[in-house]
Design a protein around this ligand. Sequence first.
Ligand SMILES: Nc1ncnc2c1ncn2[C@@H]1O[C@H](COP(=O)(O)OP(=O)(O)OP(=O)(O)O)[C@@H](O)[C@H]1O
Ligand SMILES: O=C([O-])CC(=O)C(=O)O
Ligand SMILES: [Ca+2]
Ligand SMILES: [Mn+2]
Length: 664
Amino acid sequence: MAANGNGRVSIGNGGTGRNGLPKIQTEKRANGICIDDSTPPVNAQTIDELHSLQKKKSAPTTPLKGIQGPFVALSEEERHKQQLQSISASLASLTRETGPKVVKGDPARPSETPRLVSQHHQQQHHLISPTISVSDSSLKFTHVLYNLSPAELYEQAIQYEKGSFITSSGALATLSGAKTGRSPKDKRVVRDETTEDDLWWGKGSPNIEMDEHTFMVNRERAVDYLNSLDKVFVNDQFLNWDPEHRIKVRIVSARAYHSLFMHNMCIRPTPEELENFGTPDFTIYNAGQFPCNRYTHYMTSSTSIDLNLGRREMVILGTQYAGEMKKGLFSVMHYLMPKRQILSLHSGCNMGKDGDVALFFGLSGTGKTTLSTDHNRYLIGDDEHCWSDNGVSNIEGGCYAKCIDLSREKEPDIWNAIKFGTVLENVVFDEHTREVDFSDKSVTENTRAAYPIEYIPNAKIPCVATHPKNVILLACDAFGVLPPVSKLSLAQTMYHFISGYTALVAGTEDGIKEPTATFSACFGAAFIMLHPTKYAAMLAAKMQQHGATGWLVNTGWSGGRYGSGSRIKLAYTRKIIDAIHSGSLLEANFKKTEVFGLEIPTEVEGVPSEILEPMNTWADKKAYKETLLKLAGLFKNNFEGFVAHKIGKDDKLTDEILAAGPIF
Ligand SMILES: Nc1ncnc2c1ncn2[C@@H]1O[C@H](COP(=O)(O)OP(=O)(O)OP(=O)(O)O)[C@@H](O)[C@H]1O
Ligand SMILES: O=C([O-])CC(=O)C(=O)O
Ligand SMILES: [Ca+2]
Ligand SMILES: [Mn+2]
């Protein structure tokens, strides 16, 4: 660009326009200065000033109108101080007199840090007399990033956590580290006077005991680790959409990934609810990057997930898999809710336009999320619910979908939910376009998406519904002998609920692998805290009272076992589920199968009739019969553990349930 003598500015080769481009000319002003006046000037004198204009201070939280509680009469500053004191108390060592000093905000952006500082002073009595002397840990500040927004958490993750990327659809891709699934063998539950009698211990139980002292050792380890960091994330959120039985949870974690995951999975408080949060009912200390100590009693690996119901605390060491927090809280609900006569359920739930409600039970990977997410129905929730006298309520505020082989065409609502705000765990993507390859199992087969439930367009908010009309038990039968759908009597429903069967095949690339049967009581033995028959009795009573029909749906193999047959098409399973919802399947003609004694329909709209009876689909009838008997034997063996238990007050129901298993 050159200014020529006559005050015009021209672009191009000497202003001759030889290359065909028109000349750009700016008119000369009276003072001889050329200005581009098409936009008004910026309201800043310096770059710093310019940057300060970019961010508007968050609106002070909603005015507190008509709220009762301890915070009502407090000034905003006083409320913030109390909030910090509460966080400081959560992070306090139980063996030191004072500390930690907690300050809100990102240490990397001191200008954004409010000056409020809080220091915890011990008031409780201790198992150990506290250390009064000063240590380095009491000199240091703990910076707290409190209930950050998804955008802020994205920035934290991308800046500080390796393996964090924005995918082409806007989701946050993260890595969960060495663990890409839960570690049930590393879960420990404190056995004390109360839990001794309340909980299910011993053979078959997921509750492996630890003592109070060892819990405190691990708690201290986690708290010291968290306080040693530059900053920690704190989420204050809720569980359970039933306002009468809502639980306040606090999650203290070291990673933006964990904070965003829980932001999505728990119920998000309104600003007003957050102001009045007060003391949490339950606290998680997630120090997942830091291992537990093998010299500590009860530790059998570097991972420990410890639950203390008396203290209402959970400690996580040695695993960064975020599902531990989700399912740890679910375990807590499996204890707290039955105490209030509320049944907790490892199930999905949705509701038709006419208000008919269905529950979907099933072990991991059987289809709870896939089938409860239904474009023609309202989604209540995909994984964890409560059934009380008020009806069904979702425990969570988000969904956690398996993503392996996810396709836009087969699961459009889940596909579209993978956008800004969604956490995508352990997926593989193109290094340049950041397009995710959902078929890639390089990191793990258990790739997952965690998104807020409102990302599903027809989610019903609040996530509550009336009493269920249908109770659908899902089993992914890789043996290929269970019918695609059967109608169950109440006793059969209980038999299959207590059995909790599925048979998946391990993540395999090639070669035929033997399907392995899994029996997991109440379709969630890893999460239940009481004996399975307690939950079964409650379910039977509720189904009876509300006239719900039980169904068994095989979302697994047909035409042979894994290796020779194939997985039942999702489109067929959806047709079967449609017929259950509409009530048309209840009107079908049924015939009884041998061995399992299941009532199978002769016709379902949209499904080839020949697949409804599994034997038809097997070329080798002898192999079918052998496989059927093999599975029946596995069911029988598994149920041995329950025959001595009474279900409910009624001997009659117990006898019926025992008779509802396979006969051969
Ligand atoms: N016929 C079918 N019915 C249901 N799901 C099917 C079928 N065929 C294939 N699938 C696939 O099986 C998987 C079911 O997983 P889903 O996420 O629904 O499990 P889940 O029961 O919610 O488990 P979790 O409790 O671990 O979240 C999905 O990846 C789905 O695409
Ligand atoms: O807990 C998890 O990691 C995933 C899940 O929903 C289940 O296994 O039931
Ligand atoms: Ca799920
Ligand atoms: Mn689940």
